[in-house]
Design a protein around this ligand. Sequence first.
Ligand code: NAP
Length: 357
Amino acid sequence: MPDYSNMNRKIKVGILGCTGAVGQKFISLLKDHPYFEISDIAASESSKGKIYSEHVNWKEAEAIPEDVAGMKIKSCNIEDLSSRILFSRILFSGLDSKVAGEIEEKMARAGFIVISNSRNHRMNEDVPLVIPEINSSHFDLIKKQKTRWDSDGFIVTNPNCSVIVLALALYPIHKKFGLKNVIVTTMQAISGAGYPGVSSMDILGNIIPHIPGEEEKIETEPLKIFGEFEQDKIKFADLKISAMCNRVPVYNGHTLAISFETEVKANKDEIIKSWNELKSFDTPFSPQKVIHYLENEFRPQPLLDLITENGMAVTTGNLRKCNILDWKFTALGHNTIRGAAGAAILNAEYLVKNNFI
Ligand code: NAP
């Protein structure tokens, strides 16, 4: 395996959707990354040719990394592709889902490795939808997918931002006790809608009880993620999820209220033990402990717990008996870090470490 710990030869990566909420988070998180260096940034035609620091409406707390600030933004169009003005091998995509489907497909066909946050390809039969602590075996779908493009390129996706929190919190329970039914109510941050997102007049002092398309994603994506890899297909897990999604006036961090029922009955200590046993792995963005259970009924809270392990861990708390299903608890995750850019970087690190790249 190549040793990327002391990289004289970092892998060049590009950021598609570099001006958006997720694109900015990629740029900020990839600063000084030991495996990857940003060599291309791209967005829409209206951003093309502009100097990044002069054009972007930068929303991250830290300054724009110097090596990116002066870069010219490229477009994602086919001419740029065919003239090969993108120098990167890997493209991290934070593209608007209205355009991500077509652009990402084009990039894979042209031989790029696309690691995407968008919904468009997640449920395709030959596209891995991966949270590496849960279903890294699904990366084997890449072999099948490559035959579709007739190139060395491929697309890998990470799940919806709420699904990542839900799936990480539920997987250890599912693996040990077999989930039957899940009811989840989400309280999702405004940064989850990108910039400028929901109007301040709609969200200040308010709750919006609908996020278009979100409930469907939460009810289906975990079934693929928990699915078994059989021959060259994923057999979806057999459990039922009912989701209710709300946009709340929180800047960052999705909080989920979750009730669940299992095949095999478990007690409180066994559930907490299953969370403590979820294994992480040894790459720069992997949290040391994936799930942090907080023995305090007022936690987790976005203001207090969001940055646990640099935003790459999920926090859970207030585990108690449910009158209808078996148990209920609260889970929290950072939507643009563990739920988006950080999740994609973790997938890319896994692919490098395991020789897919
Ligand atoms: P955003 O802030 O609206 O950013 C969208 C990006 O897409 C911008 O860079 C924009 O560039 C680019 N874009 C729009 N139209 C384009 C076109 N025709 N060609 C090329 N680029 C185009 O959205 P976001 O919140 O970062 O989300 C990005 C993706 O990640 C979405 O698919 C979203 O569902 C997903 N996601 C978001 C979160 C989150 O917490 N925000 C979490 C998980 C997944 P211009 O500035 O040039 O228009």
